[in-house]
Ligand binder design. Structure first.
Ligand SMILES: [Zn+2]
Length: 292
């Protein structure tokens, strides 16, 4: 008879199984003692993932003014079992999202979240977080998430697992230990140049993939100039989030994106100041989308 044995992992010379990451391998997430649904919990991940989270979180805050906390982090085996049994019930036939645990068939209780079979979760390796206020199940266009995720991704955070059809959890992110850290970021001197690029691309309706639209702005309470990165898919997600548009979130700044942006600028008077769209994604457009 086959026995399911969770594979062991080794990190920093420590060998352990899923749900048993040793305390000396764990590190705490920022803000210290500021996590969970009550906002007072201490959250831990494997050291490398914790460091990647802390630097990503700082970067997200600096570049988007969004302050992230988590409501899920490293989970012991006992915690995984508790979460699993909250979402799944033993049932021999039928049901939805059937999973086998210790040779017993379980199905998901109606309306409950997907939970990995105990001993197999990335939470049990200390490599996954569940981010607070990152959308409901299946809600991938929440502006807060659309804005913050690309920055998190630069630090090695992935949503591949969360995007699996039977999971569909925008909040569940997994750290990729093979990630080499954030790519070098240009120093932001190209603010005006970037404006021009956006303008040209969107006005011509060219089908181009724009990686980063940069612009300079001044934060509310900070005198220094800072730079925010907007990806075209951010812009598309934010425009869709207004419920006025149904753009494909494909990162391609084509005619539909251009027209939606123009319409939005006229609607919110964030264009050239004379009531016309100028297709420049500047601070006023950004603010109007974030606050809508
Ligand atoms: Zn999760």
């Amino acid at each position: 008879m086959a026995t399911l044995v969770a594979e062991a992992q080794t990190f920093a010379g420590q060998k352990y199984s899923n749900g048993s990451v040793p305390a000396e391998v764990l590190a705490e997430l920022d803000p210290v003692g500021g996590h969970g649904t009550d906002g007072h919990a201490h959250a831990y991940l494997r050291r490398d993932a914790a460091e990647a989270w802390n630097s990503a979180r700082q970067d997200v805050l600096r570049r988007t003014d969004i302050s992230l906390t988590v409501r899920g982090w490293n989970r012991t085996l006992a915690e995984q079992e508790r979460f699993f049994l909250r979402s799944y019930v033993a049932q021999t036939t039928g049901g939805h999202d059937a999973r086998t645990w210790h040779g017993v068939r379980y199905v998901r209780r109606p309306g409950r979240e997907s939970v990995a079979v105990p001993g197999t979760s990335n939470h049990g390796w200390g490599l996954a977080v569940d981010v607070m206020d990152f959308g409901r199940a299946g809600q991938w266009d929440l502006p807060r998430r659309v804005t913050a995720f690309p920055v998190l991704a630069e630090h090695g955070w992935t949503d591949t697992e969360g995007r699996q059809p039977h999971v569909d959890e925008p909040w569940h992110l997994v750290y990729d230990p093979a990630h080499g850290g954030p790519a070098p970021v240009p120093d932001g001197r190209g603010g005006e140049e970037a404006h021009t690029r956006v303008e040209i691309d969107l006005k011509n309706g060219l089908v181009v993939t724009m990686h980063k639209l940069r612009f300079n702005g001044v934060a509310n309470d900070r005198p220094e100039t800072f730079v925010r990165d907007i990806h075209v898919d951010n812009l598309q997600g934010l425009l869709n989030g207004t419920q006025r548009y149904h753009l494909p979130v494909d990162g391609v700044g084509g005619p539909a994106t251009r027209d939606a942006l123009a319409d939005w600028q006229v609607f919110t008077n964030t264009g050239d100041g004379q009531g016309h769209a100028d297709l420049v994604v500047g601070k006023s457009v950004w603010k109007s989308l974030m606050e809508y």
